[in-house]
Design a protein around this ligand. Sequence first.
Ligand code: C2E
Ligand code: CA
Ligand code: CA
Length: 692
Amino acid sequence: MSDFPDRLHNHEENSSSLPQSIADGRVDQELVFSIFDRLDTGVWIFDFDHKRILWANRKALEITDSATLEELRSRDMGKDMSHSVEQRLRQYQQDFCKHDVSFAEIWTLYPKGTAQVLQVVMSGIRLNDGRMALLCEGRPHHEQQPETLRSAEALMHTTVMISLFAEDGTPLYRNTAARAACPKLETRFEDQFVDPHEARRLLDQVVEDRTARLVANIETPAGARWHELTIRACHDAVSGQPAYLVSEIDVTELHETKERAQYLASHDTLTGLSNRTYLKERVTQVLQTAADNNQRATLYLVDLDDFKMVNDSLGHAAGDALLQIVAHTLKELAGPDDIVARLGGDEFLICHLEEPDHHIPDWFGQALLANFATSQLIDGKPRQIGLSIGYAHFPEDGKSIDQLMRNADLALYQAKTDPKCKCVRYRERMRLLRDEHHSIKKDLERAIRDNEFVLHFQPIACTNTERVVGAEALIRWHHPMKGLVRPDEFVPIAEETGLINDIGAWVGNQVGALQADLAKAGFSIPLSMNVSPRQMSDPHFMTRMQALADLTGCHPGMISLEITESVLLGDIPNAFETLTVLKAAGYRIVIDDFGTGYSNLAYLHNYPIDGIKIDRMFMEDIATGGAIVKLILSLASALGAEVVAEGVETAEQRTWLSENGCNRFQGFLYSKPVPEDDFRAMLRSQVRLAVM
Ligand code: C2E
Ligand code: CA
Ligand code: CA
């Protein structure tokens, strides 16, 4: 058992110093030793560092069953010493160096095979070389009841930490385990806690209920550990004063397992970011801090563009890799107190306080976009990752997390549909816009079901002969309420929602059937159809187009597929493979709106391209010399690609094209897109003209 300074005999009085004289004369060293040998108390000096007994009186030799002092001195006391005893003695030794204290323990020794119970009092004694040794006094302990003895033993060996504190937190007693777990002997109750508030709370509860229990983070010589503390109000048996009896067990492992379970439940395993659990509480906390400090906070929603396409065409492993890249970047850019969460799928949330001196409201979003401006290595290949970001500021754009999320989501929706502005702040009008989009989407689903689409055909004519040499199929929507709706109003929404795949399948069937039908009627006229980027990574599109000849009797060599430059830029997964398959099936591949994207003719030779359509914006260029059109024409001729000029509205433009070697044109000058019947009539009249 250990004890504490204030309750201990002071060893100046009790043990180490000897009387300087005895009444009838000086006392020599021999007399002193003979006195020691007559004591019924075993006295020995233990050199803990070397695990040797340096000196012992006769009683001690008896206790330790040694014939001579020499024999005892030569014994290696460390041999049978358990680790816990060694630790305890070392602790005592250190305590002796710092304080004038002694400790009492009950020892059971077995010198001649029979148990001998001793009360051992240990105190420090400085050796000549300056080291601290242990001065031990062992008295027989017959008077103890077996029960008391056993409980004393149990108290010494148990791993439960038991301590007694005075009402003001002063330590009165600690058992061995408690002593080993406290950094310093004099550490007060509240000073053991990493967070002293917890100690206060615990004590307040004891005052109320007489007992309390808590798992808390406690400072120990082995660092901070988790202890489960049970504390009870009682009285100190010695002074009778109110006291607290505290028993503690180390639950660090259990606590960490629990914490881990909680971590797993509140985090996304793929990215390590927080998930939706507790998100509301945490964001609300940030907003509260913002409100308290009169600060601004921002909530961002980030969504990957075409993530489904990556997943579908490159596989889930590539999709996962992409999500991890995004999560990693978000963590890198965010501050330590920012909330970064994955809401599910490819949607992420970031919420942070804004520093008052930060003047760019969307700096985080811009930094994120800048990070993804260069391509990322996914599935071994560099790929361009598109992100859309919507954000809302607290308090201007919303005061609660629900409101901020709803509004950031509206902004995100806008960012998704806008190819140029990918980081968008919430504005009030967005609600209306989205409602409109929603209703169009619903309408489109019905339109597909009820077959409300029709194709119009815009002739492509020869710049020299003005004869029809082809036609482009352009979709129209016969809306039951709105009348004829132009593709610009619904194709982007159809692309975004994926409905374009169904619509595109219908267009393919119509165009295939018409080409076959025209051929039967003797019109060997090539037709063009528009294919949106999204269709290029739809594996069904590929197989459907392969089967189209069998299904409709069309001749794929008479059908041009108009694709945009973005398809060639590597943004669309599997585009090159699809192109190759379509080309092998016999279709002609034409680049639409040429010159509006980033592609240049120099690399077109990598692709199986049959033709290009010069975008109508270059027709204005003709009035000022047409340098760009000339350049496109000469490069196209070098590649052997056929050129169609789009959006030709004036005779001057047509003449210029004819003079500069562009044979084909399309535009209002010749004809607007017309219904199929009108187009057929146009073809028939052309035959009549030729016959006349
Ligand atoms: P696009 O492929 O560039 O089609 C040409 C557009 O220019 C057509 O608009 C046409 O009416 C218009 N246009 C033709 N000549 C002139 C002209 O001289 N002046 C002017 N100002 N415009 C002219 P439209 O029919 O409204 O189609 C718009 C876009 O919708 C198309 O652009 C195409 O990208 C898309 N689209 C049309 N049909 C389909 C389809 O079946 N599938 C897909 N995926 N997209 C389609
Ligand atoms: Ca087109
Ligand atoms: Ca075009």
